[in-house]
Design a protein around this ligand. Structure first.
Ligand code: BGC
Length: 735
């Protein structure tokens, strides 16, 4: 099992030359498991206990006597952030240790590409930067499900669907591990709000855990062979995740077969023996930085806790008979196994500082270009034709500044970042006059633009600019102080004055394109009816401005599809009544009805559905059929094919989505669930046959009675769609 899970050959198609390997000149080292065993035999109990907590803010403890290196970590997941301290420190421009690296698009933008190959390339690029900086581990990907539109970290994750999030997590993990770098799939298991994240208890039934909140982790472990998983801050069903036997041992290690190590989120441990015994392998941070952090009033206020797995505390518990040496051996073996398997033991990463290479920038640009979602395009206002346009007014608080990502530990400091204004200017060329206006100051950012007088002046300058131009482009949204780790977004409404700005610009110029630059959904009802064209660029990383320009001008054909339903208003969203909870208790009472599982089953119309995204061309679906059946029931495999044709005049990519509907009325099941998808590139007029294969898991639900995945009894329908609400073809299947 171990060699299967950790064998480099499982990454054969992705492994670059630098995959951890022993140089031919050295004798072949004993197999990983033997080396782990040998090392463990040589270690004293004290040394083993030392390895259970970090030695610094981002370093595990080395055992120099045995040449066991420290694992040097760096924050992520959207690129490499510096590693000396909490985000408050590293985001400060006074930080002398700041590093500048490639800022990749937010997780939600990468999820909108539905392009696993591209996410894998992103993983490679990030892995290369980690190594170039002499580090060994990236704290990502974030795979928590978007349960509530206001979660402050939705921008980091891969959206609302467990299957999509799982497949993207696998791709990211393969990319990173292919470089011999350790990823950390986070935050296990249900970190879905930032509100009181250290104290809140999420009550989640077992079926919902298995169907919604666990599958992305399961895929990362079983298909991605992930080397590390990070536990989350909050409690699940009464127990902090860092001391949950149920989650860490029963589910992750036993049920999923996870052989890597669990690292705690920073400051999320509350006990010694229960934490070690639950299967928490490595407590972070550690050493003097941990002590300094916990001494801050802020740490106590927010409920941070740590320093429980230090050697002295662990040894005392061993002496007291509360922890056995066998348990410590298991925890330490897991860390050793990853150190050896990743190649770290034999080949420490030498710092070359070669980051933000043209290849890495290219991945960032492609990711954002594919991730931008075209939501509306009335009268084919887009793409813009520079030969017919003489002037463009570029307006808005997010037009003039590059808002690359949300706030917190994921915010990368890039060497450069292209704002939408700069990207548009560059692309429009000398023949098109580009004028710009702030329109409205970003809420809370600059006091000089936050007064009623300043707002009136900024608004009138913007409408004046819009009225004079052939086209107006308004870029609105939030920024890293309004949308961030550590707190939730206060409202789905756009920040102060932005709705009014859009409405006023649309009035001044009917040829207005609105561009959303946020991670969380926003309320659009105040202006959408009169908006001719709308793009969602999410947080786009350092190449955001270039990517949005290439979509606006049609150099690239939009192909992004929403990885999350965008509700009309917060109250429409499935967990609205159960958020953020009361008295630190949040009940996931909506159960499995998260995202489109809710909207499509309960007939609540979202503003834009899951899977939706327009293109400058059109696609026709035909001939969905079941092409073969291998075995039946639990061993079954069902193959399907369908034809997709590009019926327009531009090359483009379509993301074909396969949903499964179970017609059994005796079991509570969502209207349908995503079970496969494929991105197809098609030239004008071209058609392609797309193949899909489903196994039994596509038809199963998790039964609370038997506590097992159970085949539904159907009748089943396999649906091919361009979104969860645009099902084009259906075929019946009897698995
Ligand atoms: C975040 C993690 C992050 C860690 C280290 C925590 O506050 O939740 O995602 O990796 O800090 O910075």
């Amino acid at each position: 099992m171990f060699s299967m899970l950790f064998s480099a050959s499982t990454h054969a198609q992705t492994a670059p030359a630098s995959t951890p390997n022993t140089p031919a000149s050295q004798a072949t080292p004993p197999p990983v498991e033997q080396r782990v065993h040998d090392l463990l035999k040589q270690m004293t109990l004290e040394e083993k206990a030392t390895m259970l907590s970090g030695s610094g803010w981002m370093e595990s403890a080395p055992i120099e006597r045995l040449s066991i290196p420290a694992i040097k970590m760096a924050d992520g997941p959207m690129g490499v952030r510096s590693w000396i301290g909490s985000s408050a420190l590293t985001s400060s421009s006074a930080n002398p240790m700041k590093v500048e690296t490639t800022s990749f698009p937010s997780g939600i933008a990468m999820a909108s590409t539905w392009d696993t190959a591209l996410v894998q390339r992103e993983g490679h690029a990030i892995g290369q930067e980690v190594k170039a900086l002499g580090r060994d581990m990236i704290l990502g990907p974030t795979v928590n499900i978007n349960r509530v539109p206001l979660w402050g970290r939705n921008f980091e994750g891969y959206g609302e669907d467990p299957y999509l999030a799982g497949q993207l997590a696998v791709a990211y993990v393969h990319g990173v591990q292919g470089e011999g770098v350790i990823p950390s799939v986070k935050h296990f298991d249900a970190n879905n709000e930032e509100f009181e994240r250290h104290r809140v208890n999420a009550t989640i039934d077992e079926r919902t855990l298995h169907e919604i909140y666990l599958p992305a982790f399961k895929a990362a472990v079983q298909q991605g062979d992930a080397w590390a998983v990070m536990s989350c801050y909050n409690k699940v069903n009464g127990t902090h995740c860092a001391e949950s036997d149920y989650l860490l041992t029963d589910i992750l290690k036993k049920e999923f077969g996870f052989k890597g190590f669990v690292v705690s989120d920073w400051g999320s441990t509350y006990s010694t023996a229960p934490t070690v015994n639950a299967g928490m392998d490595l407590e972070m941070p550690g050493g003097p930085p941990m002590k300094a952090f916990l001494a801050l009033p802020r740490a106590t206020e927010q409920g941070s806790s740590g320093g429980w797995l230090t050697a002295d505390k662990v040894l005392a518990e061993v002496k007291a008979g509360k922890i056995t040496e066998a348990t410590i051996d298991d925890n330490v073996s897991r860390i050793l196994r990853v150190i050896i398997e990743s190649g770290l033991m034999d080949h420490p990463h030498a710092r070359t500082a070669e980051v933000d290479t043209p290849e890495e920038q290219k991945v960032a640009r492609e990711g954002e270009t594919e991730g931008i979602v075209l939501l509306k395009n009335q009268g084919k206002l887009l793409p813009l034709d520079p030969s017919k346009i003489h002037s463009i007014a570029v307006i808005g608080p997010n037009a003039l500044v590059a808002r690359t990502g949300g706030g917190g530990s994921s915010l990368v400091r890039p060497k450069y970042a292209v704002s939408p204004l700069d990207g548009i200017k560059r692309r429009a060329g000398a023949g098109v006059q580009v004028i710009s206006a702030l329109g409205v100051g970003m809420e809370g950012e600059d006091p000089a633009h936050d007064t009623p007088e300043a707002r009136a002046t900024d608004l009138s300058a913007a409408t004046g600019a819009a009225a004079k131009a052939d086209i107006a482009i308004v870029v609105v949204g939030r920024y890293n102080k309004l949308e961030s780790e550590s707190f939730d977004v206060k409202t789905m409404d756009l920040p102060a004055g932005q709705d009014e700005l859009i409405a006023a610009v649309e009035k001044a110029n009917p040829h207005t394109v609105v561009v959303l630059n946020t991670g969380d959904p926003v309320t659009m009802t105040k202006w959408l009816d009169t908006t001719p064209a709308l793009l969602d660029m999410w947080y786009g990383g350092q190449e955001g401005g270039n990517a949005v320009a290439s979509i606006l001008f049609g150099d690239a054909n939009p192909s992004g599809k929403l990885p999350v339903s965008l509700p009309k208003k917060f109250e429409d969203s499935p967990a609205a009544k159960n958020y953020p909870g009361q008295n630190l208790e949040v009940n996931y009472a909506e159960g499995i009805y998260v995202g489109y599982r809710y909207y499509d089953t309960k007939n609540v119309e979202p503003q834009f559905p899951f899977g939706f995204g327009l293109s400058y061309t059109t696609f026709e679906y035909s001939d969905l059929k079941l092409t073969s059946t291998e075995n039946a029931g639990r061993n079954g495999r069902w193959s399907f094919s369908l034809k997709v044709r590009n019926t327009g005049s531009r090359a483009g990519a379509e993301v074909v989505q396969l949903y499964v509907h179970d017609g059994d009325t005796k079991i509570d099941r969502p209207a349908h669930e995503l079970k496969a998808f494929s991105r197809v590139d098609l030239k004008p007029g071209e058609s392609q046959t797309v193949q899909f294969e489903l196994d039994n898991s596509a038809f199963e639900y998790w039964s609370p009675q038997t506590k097992e995945w159970t085949m539904g009894s159907g009748p089943f329908e396999v649906q091919a769609g361009a979104s969860s609400r645009d099902i084009r073809l259906k075929v019946e299947v009897a698995p």
